[in-house]
Design a binder for this molecule. Structure first.
Ligand SMILES: O=C(O)CCC(=O)C(=O)O
Length: 269
């Protein structure tokens, strides 16, 4: 993964050319342990924060659904923690360096237990529809992750291509139904991250993950998406946005439908 790591002073330049940068150990082992415990206890208690990805009941992801927008649930500890971390100064500091003043748009938590399928290659701004600029993801490793347990794969430089229109994904590898047609020749980089590392990537960067093939290693991740404060619109699903001082902000809704022609429907995150 060294090629995605960078000296702090180079991050903007690197982000512009690759669309992805890795900041090692942005969160401490104690913080990561707390996040891991709080979210795991939440999903073990009930699945009320789980997003319905329409997986069959026998699928391991039915027991460990991803959480979408946990920061909108202040009634539980996982919600309060997500909301606090979404505006954490260390994370927001990098976000601001990369895209200027920003709003939080989405929080997510993936458990990805052993045998769970991954998420096919995609570009995030297809879902967020932030305009005129794109969104930015902060993907926080909560466990050490690599190819074996389904760590993230990225295609550096792919943020410079336009949003591509989705096609059907391989249901044996991906719980999400759509993927995008990237030529096999495009160089995919398999990330290897330690718990506490954060990967920041551009909303048009092609990324995804394969199944967790390990026997006993969860691949948990806490993910935030941000959009520039200069955004004039974003898809309705992401409103209200979160200002770094903690108050909620509303901007115009972008039209559903996206860039892929008639019949294309934005089906969520
Ligand atoms: O963590 C994964 O496997 C996929 C996450 C993702 O694609 C995203 O954060 O947009």
């Amino acid at each position: 993964m060294t090629q995605l790591m960078t000296e702090r002073q180079d991050i903007t330049e690197r982000y512009l050319s690759d669309g992805v940068i890795l900041i090692p150990q942005l969160l401490s082992p104690a913080e990561i342990a707390e996040i891991r415990t709080v979210f795991t206890e939440q999903v073990e208690a009930d699945r009320s924060l789980g997003f319905d990805d329409h997986v069959p009941s026998e699928d391991i992801l039915a027991r460990f659904p991803r959480f979408v927008h946990p920061h909108r649930h202040p009634e539980v500890e996982a919600g309060r923690l997500a909301r606090r971390l979404m505006t954490d100064r260390r994370i927001f500091g990098v976000v601001t360096e990369l895209i200027g003043p920003a709003y939080g748009a989405q929080s997510m938590f993936y458990f990805k237990p052993p045998t769970a399928r991954g998420q096919a290659l995609h570009q995030d701004n297809l879902f967020l529809q932030a305009h005129p600029e794109t969104c930015l993801a902060a993907w926080i490793a909560i466990d050490d992750c690599d190819a074996e347990n389904g760590g993230l794969m990225v295609i550096p430089g792919s943020h410079q291509i336009q949003i591509l229109c989705p096609e059907d994904a391989d249901p044996d590898e991906s719980f999400s139904r759509a993927t995008i047609p990237v030529p096999e020749s495009a160089p995919r980089v398999q990330t290897e991250m330690k718990a506490g590392d954060v990967l920041f990537f551009h909303g048009s960067l092609v990324h995804g993950s394969r199944s967790n093939t390990s026997a006993d290693r969860f691949r948990r991740s806490l993910i935030f998406h941000y959009i520039p404060q200069t955004s004039v619109e974003v898809a309705q699903f992401y409103i209200p946005l979160l200002h770094p001082d903690g108050h909620e902000v509303t901007i115009a809704e972008s039209a559903e439908g996206g860039p892929c022609g008639e019949g294309w429907v934005n089906t969520g995150p």
